[in-house]
Design a protein around this ligand. Structure first.
Ligand code: GCW
Length: 717
């Protein structure tokens, strides 16, 4: 017979596991029980009965989400207390609201777009109500998640009057997922799309993915890699895509596919993929029709053409406009769009790689069809820890430009390095292009307000895989979250995002929030410091891009070699992109170019991106370039050491599982930060011929050792 203390023991084992085990799967939809009784009581009193208006899958998802959120945050009291109250929480779209309710909302609907929402507290007929509404059911769902966020972050829900709409139309994740489930540049396991078992086996994770995206306002997903495989467009695979689209639809998420330009040859049996060829045009028209028969709200195609060996219109002496417009014509009758990537650089073009996209695209401004949007990476090279904004932003006033950020950390230490990317995103979005005078920020080009563009978009290359916690490192969930929040509103600050993410994901306790928020906000600069300080770039080891490789110089294409980017020699270091060098600065507005060209005005963080300067060049702090650079590397290492210290103090505020996940990864990051520092400084020292300043730790190994390291199985390659 079990004795009383056995029960206690059993209970505490179960209970402890419940409290202390958390694999991170729930992301920011943790809905932790609200510990403050008075806050819980306030919430319970104010919310009252749930009254959905209208019937749809989307409204039902909203209802289930509210029940789940309230049940979990407010506990069983929620179910009992709201029976005896007169208060209600009414949610439904405009068309389904009662007249009494509508009157209370006045003109608010004029202030939102199709995906926007209104959350308002009103009192009438002696009762209090909270209304969550929008023009569409999906708008209502966004409102529901926003309302839940208020509780998750312990905010007041009295006298609510929130009116909000997304500022950007297309808010999409790009999955670089291959059909064999490997993920190009993916560091969180394999692809979550189980193509083999689709369409019959619908992994519950697909629904959880859709929930997570809807909760931050993302409304599109490109399922497959931009280095595309035409097989995704065959009926066998389209049936699988259709199954995913059906799951995502009620969450407001559209499915897009990458279109391999040579698909008419590979799966269509044609001899050419020339975009002006009648049979090719027709093939794409028929293929598009076939897709829409299955998926009536299919979003459209994302295309990487004539880039890094991918086929494209230039194979047939045609140009980007010919290629993009041909696909756009096929999609137009169904309302689909083409996202045509500007990530191009050619082995036949000897000019500075940083100039090539602008040179190839800007002359075509105004020539693309209305349903084409050009997808431009945040910087002109390739997702580096820091890049000046891409000069194409602001430079094509008649062409919609879509931002492409990388959420996965190809050049940023993979999922091992804890870095909070909204700091990087914010820097690019706030950058001023000066195309229409001061204040012409990149964000204003992206949201269309600078030139009155109607089609607007932003894409993030996903960091999601089938690891239990989605992103391999629990802290990196914040980058998926933060990308979504900035896609909704590119003017949000990284600090706000860190604050709300931490509260939803971990705890509202200020003793935890304050130091960890600061740690996140500083983490991006730490990575820049120990990898590529002062404007250095693309010095990662080649191919896999894991770890330092500034010495690599033997690859066939010059611009694949790190030496191409840092140009270190006995005289100095850096890439001269001013008029005395490649003159890439001329692609910016004169106000910006002047700042970059002049050593007196260039921000030091971009110094070596734009200038080749001598080793004894004087930095603003009076130190020589060599000493300053060495100290930056050391600073980066020290910053990671302090991240570890900060995290170690948090043991009592975080469940064991996530605490250890992050702790172990931070320790690896520390090792790798030192590796970066030592390898880069030893290598560059050969050119500077100068000793390391005193405050820089002695290298742990020789340069030969670092150069001998090989990583044949580095992930994501
Ligand atoms: O960053 C480079 C990557 C490639 C990638 C390419 C691109 C999908 O090394 O892996 O290909 O950019 O963005 O197309």
């Amino acid at each position: 017979m079990l004795k009383k203390n056995h029960f206690i023991l059993l209970f505490s084992i179960v209970f402890c596991n419940y409290i202390f085990a958390n694999d991170g799967y729930k992301l920011w939809l943790e809905y932790s029980y609200i510990k403050s009784e008075s806050l819980r009581k306030d919430y319970l009193k104010t919310i009252g009965k749930l009254v959905p208006s209208g019937h749809s899958e989307t409204i039902n998802i909203g209802l289930e989400e509210l029940k789940r959120g309230f049940g979990s945050m407010l506990g069983s009291e929620f179910l009992s207390s709201n029976k005896n109250t007169k208060n209600t929480l009414v949610f439904g779209s405009k068309a389904n609201l009662d007249k009494d309710v509508l009157i209370q909302l006045g003109n608010a609907f004029n202030e939102i777009n199709e995906e926007g929402f209104i959350i308002k507290s009103v009192a009438f007929k002696g009762k209090n109500h909270i209304i969550i509404t929008g023009k569409t059911d999906v708008g209502v769902l966004y409102g529901v998640y926003n309302f839940l966020r208020l509780l998750q972050t312990n905010q007041s829900i009295e006298k609510l009057h929130i009116i909000d709409s997304p500022k950007i139309n297309l808010r999409v994740l790009n999955h670089w997922d291959n059909l064999d489930r490997t993920v190009e540049r993916g560091y969180a396991g394999f692809s979550i799309w189980d193509w083999h078992r689709l369409p019959d086996y619908l992994d519950p994770r697909y629904t959880d993915y859709a929930r997570a995206n809807a909760s931050i306002g993302l409304n599109g997903t490109v399922l497959n890699n931009v280095n595309a495989n035409a097989i995704i467009l065959t009926p066998q695979y389209l049936e699988k895509v259709e199954a995913l689209a059906n799951i995502f639809r009620p969450y407001g998420i559209k499915v897009y596919l990458t279109a391999r330009f040579s698909a008419p040859i590979e799966i269509g049996g044609l001899e050419t993929a020339d975009p002006l060829d009648y049979n090719v045009i027709n093939w794409w028209k028929e293929k598009t029709k076939e897709i829409y028969q299955r998926i009536p709200d299919f979003g459209g195609f994302l295309v990487k053409a004539n880039s890094e060996g991918q086929p494209g219109p230039q194979n047939y002496d045609r140009n980007h406009v010919d290629g993009a417009n041909m696909l756009a014509n096929a999609l137009e009758p169904f309302g689909g769009i083409v996202m045509w990537r500007a990530f191009v650089y050619s082995e036949h073009d000897a000019s500075d790689r940083a100039k090539q996209a602008y040179t190839e695209f800007v002359p075509y401004d105004g020539q693309f069809k209305d349903n084409v949007i050009i997808q431009v990476k945040n910087g002109a090279i390739d997702f580096q820890p820091r890049e000046p904004f891409h000069p194409m932003f602001g430079a094509m006033p008649k062409t919609p430009l879509m931002m492409e950020f990388q959420i996965t950390q190809e050049y940023l230490g993979f999922s091992t390095h804890s870095i909070f990317l909204p700091k990087l995103y914010e820097e690019t979005l706030h950058a001023d292009t000066y195309r229409k005078g001061k204040g012409s920020t990149v964000a204003k080009d992206i949201d269309g307000s600078l030139d009155g563009k109607r089609l607007t978009g932003i894409a993030g290359v996903s960091n999601i895989g089938n690891d239990i916690n989605w992103t391999g490192n629990s802290l990196l969930q914040a980058n998926w979250y933060g990308f979504g929040r900035l896609a909704w509103n590119p003017y949000l600050s990284a600090e706000t995002i860190a604050d709300e993410w931490l509260k939803q994901t971990f705890s509202n306790n200020e003793t935890f929030i304050k130091p960890i928020k600061q740690m996140m906000l500083d983490s991006r600069e730490a990575v820049v410091n120990y990898m590529t300080p002062l404007g250095l770039h693309h010095i990662m080891d080649t191919g896999h891009h894991y770890g330092p490789g500034p010495w690599v110089s033997n690859l066939s294409r010059p611009e694949w070699n790190p030496v191409y980017y840092h140009k270190a020699d006995s005289l100095g270091i850096g890439f001269d992109r001013t008029p005395t060098g490649s003159n890439a600065t001329a692609q910016y507005a004169p106000e910006v170019a002047n700042v970059f060209n002049d050593l007196k005005s260039i921000p030091e963080q971009d110094l070596l991106w734009f200038h080749h300067v001598p080793w004894d060049y004087k930095l603003k702090n009076g130190k020589t370039l060599w000493n300053g650079m060495a100290l930056k590397y050391q600073e980066g290492v020290d910053q990671v050491a302090s991240m570890i210290k900060t995290w170690d103090k948090m043991e009592n505020y975080v469940d064991v599982e996530r605490f250890n996940n992050i702790k172990m990864l931070l320790n690896i990051q520390y090792k790798e930060a030192k590796w970066w520092r030592d390898a880069c400084l030893l290598y560059f020292q050969q050119f500077s011929g100068m000793p390391l300043p005193e405050d820089v730790e002695k290298p742990t190994q020789t340069l030969d050792y670092f150069q001998s390291l090989k990583f044949p199985f580095a992930p994501g390659n």
